[in-house]
Design a protein around this ligand. Structure first.
Ligand SMILES: Cc1ncc(COP(=O)(O)O)c(C=O)c1O
Length: 448
């Protein structure tokens, strides 16, 4: 277990690390020093293939010179400009370019700095919309079990990951959750979208019956939950959720912080599933993970309902100092150029089958209870050890790191989402995809 771990010579105490077992990590740190293309290099000089695009964000791979150059130029030209009653051209260019690739009609863009901020912004816009549309009693927000929508009070409240909620007693009032769709008994090892579970979307009817549709503003789900280790939606599920939301006058928010920007082989997951939400939240891949940035995409219906009243009236009392930060806009525009020039927003479609087949080769390994995949997302789930949920998953993650693969662990599941530049085949060398799968398979065998 201690292979390749560096001596603990750094001063590690001051940095209180997020979503990390601080004491365990600091006793045996895993530190990256640089990155290029598909690989990280650790502080002790080892190459580690990036199986998770950083944190699902480095979609165009690491070390992109074009983004670095755009950021440097922007810093020297206009390092900061306010977006409150002032503006700068790049913000408008960036929004227009995002609107070009947006799902049908979602062409009004509100900038934030992160996925959490995008989620809280979308929830607030949903509430403001209902009030503006003459339905002020619609204040209830619906999330889903096993959902992850960031860490703001809004996102935490609609989220459904128990550990993210437990320590913080205060949630938003008037929030409820529909059931999750993870069903190992019926869908384990599905190679395509799970065949069973579309009816789980009907759970929204249960909440309508319980609370009254006239109290519900919006429902928010991830098209494919990522942080709970890749849970592809059952066939027909999202379409049904869309129909039922429409039926009851409830806005549908798709949280595409992970699935946005090409992860499934289409620019956004809504396009993959043929479902257009009223609001869509994004971040991460919007700047290839280089500069913090997020965006909420709103439909004309939602946007225009708020563009009323006297001309001089601020329509939405919401925004961040760094909304549409010039450096983020510059990084984002350069990122969109790369995505376009290299066809990365659709490249996943050409690799999805190879990816799926490579992952499913792991099927017979010990303690493996599920393999999931959609687009260029994937996960394997291991059975938990008795009285030690997550221990096996953690050991596999550390073993992978020690043998040259970085991936994300969630409980006893290991999630993968490589940069979209990942190669299927190399001359003389193992392909990236084969390398990722083989290191993971060996780790599972070793840890068993
Ligand atoms: C679906 C989803 N929403 C929101 C977030 C929060 O994003 P951030 O960490 O940028 O606040 C994440 C982060 O992983 C996410 O996966």
């Amino acid at each position: 277990m201690s292979l390749h771990q560096i001596p603990n010579t750094l001063e590690l105490d001051s940095f209180w690390m997020p979503f990390t077992a601080n004491r365990q990590f600091k006793a045996a740190p895993r530190l990256f020093a640089s990155a290029e293309g598909m690989h990280y290099t650790t502080v002790d000089g080892r190459k580690v293939i990036d199986g998770s695009a950083g944190l699902w964000c480095v979609n165009a791979g690491h070390g992109r010179r074009q983004i670095a150059a755009a950021v440097e130029r922007q810093l020297m030209n206009l390092d900061f400009a306010p977006s409150f009653q002032m503006g700068h051209p790049l913000a408008f260019d960036f929004a227009a370019r995002l609107a070009e690739i947006a799902p049908d009609g979602l062409d009004r863009i509100f900038f934030t700095n992160s996925g959490s901020e995008s989620v809280d912004t979308a929830l607030k816009i949903a509430l403001a919309y209902q009030r503006a549309a003459g339905q002020p009693t619609r204040t209830r927000l619906i999330g889903r079990e096993r959902g992850y929508h960031g860490v703001g009070f809004g996102g935490m409240s609609v989220g459904g990951m128990v550990n993210n909620r437990r320590a913080f007693a205060t949630h938003l009032p008037g929030v409820d959750h529909i059931r999750h769709t993870h069903d190992l008994a019926r869908n384990a090892f599905a190679k395509d979208l799970p065949a069973h579970g579309a009816e789980l979307a009907d759970d929204i009817e249960r909440l309508v019956a319980l609370h009254g549709a006239e109290t519900i503003a919006a429902v928010i789900v991830e098209p494919v939950p990522g942080s709970t280790a890749v849970l592809p939606p059952p066939q027909g599920y999202l379409q049904r959720l869309r129909q039922l939301s429409d039926k009851h006058g409830i806005l549908l928010i798709l949280d595409e912080v992970i699935t946005g920007f090409g992860r499934l082989g289409t620019p956004f997951a809504g396009q993959y599933f043929g479902v257009t939400p009223d609001l869509m939240t994004t971040a991460k891949g919007i700047t290839n993970g280089t500069v913090p940035c997020g965006a909420v995409f709103a439909s004309r219906k939602v946007h225009d309902a708020l563009m009323t009243g006297p001309q001089g009236q601020i329509e939405l009392f919401h925004g961040y100092t760094y909304s549409a930060h010039p450096v983020a806009c510059a990084a984002g525009l350069a990122t969109l150029d790369i995505y376009k020039d290299e066809g990365l927003l659709t490249r996943g479609a050409t690799l999805a089958e190879y990816w799926r087949d490579a992952l499913h080769q792991l099927k017979r390994l010990p303690n493996l209870i599920d393999i999931r995949n959609v687009g260029l997302m994937g996960a394997v789930e291991l059975s938990p050890r008795q009285d030690a949920v997550g221990a096996r998953g953690y050991e596999v993650m550390v073993d992978c790191f020690n043998h040259g693969l970085y991936l994300r662990q969630s409980g006893d599941s290991l999630a993968l989402s490589p940069p979209l530049i990942v190669e299927r085949s190399h001359i003389d060398e193992r392909s990236h995809i084969d390398e990722i799968v083989s290191i993971l398979g060996d780790a599972i065998k070793r840890v068993a």
